[in-house]
Ligand binder design. Structure first.
Ligand code: TEU
Length: 594
């Protein structure tokens, strides 16, 4: 099977499962079937009540004119971040890194990336957030490190290095290693030959990102020590990158006959994964009042294991089934030109939200640094409807059950940049896939058209602060081009406008704070088969809210079967919000029902 196809097959399998689950019991959700959480009151925790704002430091604000965002830049915007009404910030990796994968290849876990500043800047940033009652989440990348990490440099020099067993090796005298797939490798091969040791090392991601050997207890202790270093500084939690992949089957047996290219699921099935999570919790997390979120691949059963409180592992998980929806089968991240099946997509949300109502806790996101801009992917970025469409998606994120993770720049409606030329891209994922399509003699023009919708760099362009050159991001040449629409889409112009996307985000964040029903309330999909409207109720004690979201560019009607005659509008994205269930294009409204 060709490497590009593996991920697509994974998606295909997941979709098939989703469809069959939905077809058998369209509206009968687990929440209805079992009385486990019918009151909607889960154990209260600060991290369930928080709105998280994700900052990609490279693209947020550059303080020294080198074209790369930095920590001092973020410090200069602390009051802006506070003004959003968010509670917690997730910083993408700021550790020392040669940046083959923009900080996800760490060469020193206890130092700051040169371009971003120094440890003193980090300490000042943390203090600045804490002074404003904002908690800080660090990205923890421990499935792999950088080839420039001292451990790997030593390990690759000799089989006798004390660090050799910090990594996974296949000795060349045993012949070629059994096939494993790599996501950021042009050859799609996760084993890379190393001459000095006459052996192959494993890398699920790029060859510059060797996988760490979690099977080695000494390595695990090093990781825990490093985690304590950051927690002792006072950070408030970790986002655990690619953590589902850390345990490996070190018998390296050939892939099972049943393997269907579903690498996400396969790699997330390591034999000791949850032993390691429980050990990490015992040795580190349980000793601090922090929150942890897993980047958890796999199906409901797999993801649930991370967050079932009885298992004492992690607190929250984000899953991929909804965000990876709507790509063509057998092709990596190629959007289906016919669009996506909206009804099936809603039912994916229903399935996961219902699962997290039983145990654990989920998250809600429509974008992050691995995704395109939410407005282009899930809304409509054309100037005529950009405003309403963006506010509608914000209403969605902040009214779902699960901790919202909101991506910087979405609060002003930033859109995909849609590069025409491959030279404009920076991302290792895109460049790898481009090289693969080229090597196969594939249609590069078609590939680049697809990437205008799905590529990660669309979400990584610099923050648009104002209409001065480079959108006020940097006085130097930005590392990635600024979206030319910055003259119209920027913070400064939206600050002044009470009806702006930015001020709508603030209002929605306040509403979530004011209404516990939006956090702890039961969630129920209504009018499930409506092809245009995403409608659901949130219920807590005697309070019932109805959320109506028109995802289409045309008028639409929600048939909820609920009596709306006494409904009261809590928020809406049109000047005169609808109380009838009849919705204008991209209309969003939250109604309180008596
Ligand atoms: O992503 C984990 C992951 O599995 C990725 O393949 C993800 O699915 C992909 O980026 C989608 O395009 C994490 C980070 O979020 C990502 O930025 C890193 O590149 C990756 O780990 C390697 O560290």
């Amino acid at each position: 099977m060709k490497p590009l196809h593996h991920f697509a097959f994974f998606l295909g399998a997941v979709l098939l499962l989703a469809f069959s689950a939905c077809n058998t019991a369209p509206d009968k959700t687990p929440a209805q079937q079992t009385p486990a959480d019918t009151s909607g009151i889960a154990a209260k925790k600060w991290w369930k009540e928080a709105v998280v704002y994700q900052i990609y430091p490279r693209s947020f604000k550059d303080s020294d004119g080198d074209g790369v965002g930095d920590l001092k830049g973020i410090i200069s915007k602390l009051d802006y971040v506070k003004s959003l009404g968010i509670d917690m910030v997730w910083l993408n990796p700021v550790y020392a890194s040669p940046n083959k994968d923009n900080g996800y290849d760490i060469s020193d876990y206890q130092n700051i990336m040169k371009e971003f500043g120094a440890m003193a800047d980090f300490d000042a940033l943390l203090q600045g957030f804490h002074d404003r009652d904002i908690k800080v989440f660090m990205d923890l990348v421990v499935n792999h490190c950088s080839e420039e990490h001292a451990w790997f440099k030593s390990a690759r020099s000799s089989r006798n290095s004390p660090y050799y067993n910090y990594f996974h090796w296949w000795p060349a005298e045993k012949g070629k290693p059994p096939y494993r797939w790599s996501i950021f490798d042009e050859k799609g091969d996760a084993w890379e030959y190393n001459k000095a040791t006459d052996s192959y090392y494993l890398h699920y991601f790029a060859d510059a990102q060797p996988d760490l050997n979690w099977e080695n207890p000494a390595l695990r202790q090093e990781i825990y020590k490093m985690m304590r270093f950051w927690l002792d500084k006072g950070i408030d939690g970790f986002r655990l990158d690619a953590i589902a992949f850390c345990s490996k089957d070190t018998t390296w047996s050939p892939l099972p006959a049943a393997y269907d290219g579903n690498w996400g699921m396969y790699y997330a099935s390591g034999p000791y994964l949850h032993d390691y999570m429980q050990e990490m919790n015992r040795e580190v997390f349980s000793k601090y009042d922090i929150a942890t979120v897993a980047e958890a691949m796999g199906d409901v059963e797999r993801v649930m294991k991370f967050v079932d409180p009885a298992r004492k592992e992690l607190d929250m998980a984000y899953y991929f089934e909804a965000i990876d929806f709507g790509y063509l089968p057998k092709e990596y991240k190629m959007p289906d030109p016919k669009g996506y099946d909206f009804v099936a997509w809603k039912k994916i949300y229903a399935k996961w939200t219902d699962a997290f109502a039983q145990k654990g806790w989920g998250t809600m996101y429509l974008a992050n640094h691995d995704q395109p801009r939410m407005l282009t992917r899930w809304g409509n970025d054309s100037p005529a409807v950009r405003d309403v469409s963006s506010k509608m998606l914000t209403t969605f994120i902040l009214s779902m059950r699960g901790t919202p993770f909101y991506y910087f720049g979405d609060e002003i409606g930033m859109t995909n940049i849609k590069f025409d030329k491959v030279d404009d891209y920076n991302d290792i994922e895109l460049l790898t896939n481009y090289a693969q399509v080229k090597a196969k003699g594939g249609d590069l023009k078609r590939f680049l058209e697809g990437m205008k919708i799905s590529s990660r760099d669309n979400g990584r362009t610099p923050m648009q602060w104002d209409d001065t050159p480079n959108a006020g991001f940097s006085t130097g040449k930005p590392w990635l081009k600024v979206n030319p629409n910055y003259a119209a889409v920027n913070v400064s112009s939206q600050e002044a406008d009470p009806n702006s996307i930015l001020n709508y985000f603030r209002a929605m964040a306040q509403l979530r704070k004011k209404e516990p029903v939006l956090i702890y309330g039961d969630w129920q999909l209504v009018d499930a088969d409506n092809p245009d409207v995403f409608a659901y109720t949130r219920t807590l004690n005697n309070k019932k809210l109805l959320v109506l979201l028109n995802f289409k560019a045309v008028d639409a009607t929600a048939n909820t079967g609920l009596d709306l005659s006494k409904a009261k509008v809590l928020i809406g994205n049109y000047p005169a919000p609808s109380v009838s269930g009849k919705l204008k294009p991209y209309e969003a409204v939250i109604l309180e029902l008596p």
